[in-house]
Design a protein around this ligand. Structure first.
Ligand code: AMP
Ligand code: ZN
Length: 138
């Protein structure tokens, strides 16, 4: 399979490792958006988060939690984290091996939060919110 993250797992492409256990690997993003920008991946290939079983998805979140705490404890000057997962092309996913981004944050670093993601949200109108809520719960 021509998957760049599978090649990293196999050791065919080098990486700057942050954490590894039997099922997950974390390494520094090659094109960082923040100092210590880290990618966490499951070793078993899945194209996207929503294509994993609930158990696999839960295990990935456990690994993200562990790596987040490790980064918070060990990085100089860190005061927060932004954690995110681009899922599918419309959301900007460029590597089709599911992965979580951990962005270390620093006081006054000037970066945005998740609310700065460009959105085509139609409205915060209560009728519209009600309609979506009903659609998702029925
Ligand atoms: P996404 O756009 O959410 O699919 O994120 C993919 C991320 O993988 C990007 O931030 C890339 O910079 C990063 N990336 C791609 N190739 C490598 C690599 N060989 N080593 C480390 N990070 C990589
Ligand atoms: Zn893969």
């Amino acid at each position: 399979m021509n998957c760049i993250f599978c090649k990293i797992i196999a050791g065919e492409i080098p990486c700057y490792k942050v954490y590894e256990d039997d099922t997950h690997l974390a390494f520094l993003d090659i094109s960082p958006c923040a100092d210590g920008h880290t990618i966490v991946i499951p070793k078993k290939h899945a194209a996207a988060f929503v294509e994993m079983s609930p158990e696999e998805a839960g295990a990935l979140f456990e690994a993200v939690n562990k790596v987040s705490n490790l980064i918070l404890k060990k990085m100089d000057g860190i005061t927060g984290l932004t954690i995110g997962m681009n899922t599918y092309e419309s959301a900007g996913q460029s590597v089709m091996h599911t992965h979580a981004h951990i962005f270390p944050r620093f006081k006054g670093d000037g970066g945005g939060n998740t609310h700065t993601i460009v959105s085509s949200a139609k409205s915060a109108d209560s009728e519209y919110l009600k309609k979506i809520s009903e659609q998702l719960t029925k």
